[in-house]
Design a protein around this ligand. Sequence first.
Ligand SMILES: Cc1cc2nc3c(=O)[nH]c(=O)nc-3n(C[C@H](O)[C@H](O)[C@H](O)COP(=O)(O)O)c2cc1C
Length: 169
Amino acid sequence: MDVLQAIQTRRSIRSYTDRPIDEETLKKLLEAAMCAPSANNKRPWHFVVIRDREQLAVISRIQRYHRPIGQAACCIVVCGDESVQETHDFLLNDCSAAAQNLLLAAHGLGLGAVWCGVRTGADVSRYLKQTLSFPQSVVPIALIAVGYPAEEPKAGDRLDPSRIHYEKW
Ligand SMILES: Cc1cc2nc3c(=O)[nH]c(=O)nc-3n(C[C@H](O)[C@H](O)[C@H](O)COP(=O)(O)O)c2cc1C
């Protein structure tokens, strides 16, 4: 799949089969995540891979929009280290770029994934920091549920000329 095809056909996948993800495939996903651009090339990210079914079930129930995590083969917590990138906006930008790379790599490898958002200070953020023993400077920024897809949502044309401005608004 070429890069434009991957970008244009990726959709959020929230339903998965029971098929596990092998180590080699998982490593490809994480390598893709770490290929993301980052401010000053600081690469302030860490990734916590959760495959424990009980833990996935608990996390999926903290926030109602995070239910897909309970069925996924794994959940990758994209974390940012505030001691590496002290500018919070950049920390979010860098880790979001890594998260998007993860989604696209998953799609390209025949997996399905969905980004589950984590707000600063939310219950899920506190739970992850405490239960997964994050260092003080590390914050969870996104949860990416990944598995082999059990649904095939169609991708539509999203080009919206009204959102494009040349030279000025
Ligand atoms: C910051 C962010 C937070 C999101 N949080 C959730 C979420 O909590 N649960 C969920 O099912 N999808 C979540 N999504 C996925 C969006 O709902 C999805 O990307 C959007 O509906 C467009 O659909 P598509 O990904 O299939 O193109 C999130 C996406 C982003 C970028």
